[in-house]
Design a protein around this ligand. Structure first.
Ligand SMILES: Cc1cc2nc3c(=O)[nH]c(=O)nc-3n(C[C@H](O)[C@H](O)[C@H](O)COP(=O)(O)OP(=O)(O)OC[C@H]3O[C@@H](n4cnc5c(N)ncnc54)[C@H](O)[C@@H]3O)c2cc1C
Length: 251
């Protein structure tokens, strides 16, 4: 297409696998735990199985994919359950904010649910992929329209990659349907141009927000730990903020 493509690699790889859970549960919650090496996430498939996305350093990922499956499961349960040292100043601030929220009748973020344990992985379901950011400055060219990861790549920590692609397809088909309905040429530049504008207005800020989240969670300095802890606590407490983020993420 001869267009510019802006990209950078994250210093992380994602290990994916299909997991058999230790116990049958309702399994309707997606779990994500932010570890010093990157987030580990369980995404529900059915009452007995979840899908794994374990983001970690290249060296650690290479070790993990080589481990015998039983040892991999032990390492995974350890990653999900291990207790890390906590920062007492951050805990003190979140407890204080939690108290204020409770007094105001809002959720204080203190309630805890437990993630499921993993019994085994589906044999040979493990694989590792590198993570990168990618942005094509143009989504269209004569005879070409980019959708999905061809147009944009994001770190999967927010689980948004597929949604962005689905949004592209929906907006493109809506615009083409409008063009057909009004009897216009669907390959006309102005139709495709409005697809590009609409999608870039949505995708680029989402990509930048995900990149910022990645950076926010990559650093382990007390003020940033405090900012992200309070950010999550307040987002959880104020339903309109939560709803706004959810509605952006699902369009
Ligand atoms: C480890 C990992 C975890 C992820 N987790 C999540 C998540 O939890 N939630 C989420 O929403 N997103 C997640 N994503 C992102 C998500 O997988 C992608 O956004 C999504 O798959 C993009 O879909 P796509 O159809 O645009 O591209 P792809 O899925 O990449 O499909 C492109 C297809 O084209 C084929 N292809 C490429 N070149 C050619 C060619 N020259 N000729 C023919 N075929 C070709 C490829 O083989 C591929 O099958 C994750 C990604 C990774 C790597």
């Amino acid at each position: 297409m001869g267009v510019q493509y802006l990209s950078w690699n994250y210093d992380q790889m994602g290990i994916v696998a299909t997991l058999h859970l230790a116990e049958e549960t309702e399994n309707t919650t997606a779990w994500q735990r932010f570890l010093p090496t990157g987030p580990v996430a369980f995404l529900p498939l059915d009452s007995k199985r979840s899908s794994l996305v374990w983001s970690t350093t290249h060296a650690h990922a290479k070790e993990l994919v080589k481990l015998p499956e039983e040892q991999f499961v032990d390492a995974l349960n350890d990653a999900m359950w291990k207790q890390y040292p906590r920062r007492s100043t951050v805990d003190a601030c979140t407890m204080w904010v939690g108290g204020m929220l409770r007094r105001a009748g809002l959720p204080d973020g203190a309630e805890r649910q437990l993630p499921p344990s993993v019994r085994a992985i589906v044999p040979a379901s493990r694989a590792a992929f590198p993570f990168a950011f990618g942005h094509s400055t143009k989504y269209i060219a004569p005879g070409v329209v980019l959708v999905g990861d061809a147009a944009h790549r994001v770190h999967p920590l927010a689980g948004q990659g597929v949604n962005l692609g689905f949004g592209d397809v929906k907006d493109l088909t809506d615009l083409l349907a409008d063009a057909l309905y009004t009897g216009l040429d669907i390959s006309h530049h102005s139709w495709l141009q409005s697809y590009e504008s609409v999608r870039q207005r949505h995708n680029v800020p989402t990509q930048m927000a995900i990149d910022a989240l990645y950076r926010l969670y990559s650093l382990d300095v007390a003020p940033l730990v405090l900012v992200r802890s309070l950010g999550l606590q307040l987002t959880n407490a104020f339903h309109p903020i939560k709803k706004l983020i959810m509605s952006h993420a699902t369009t």
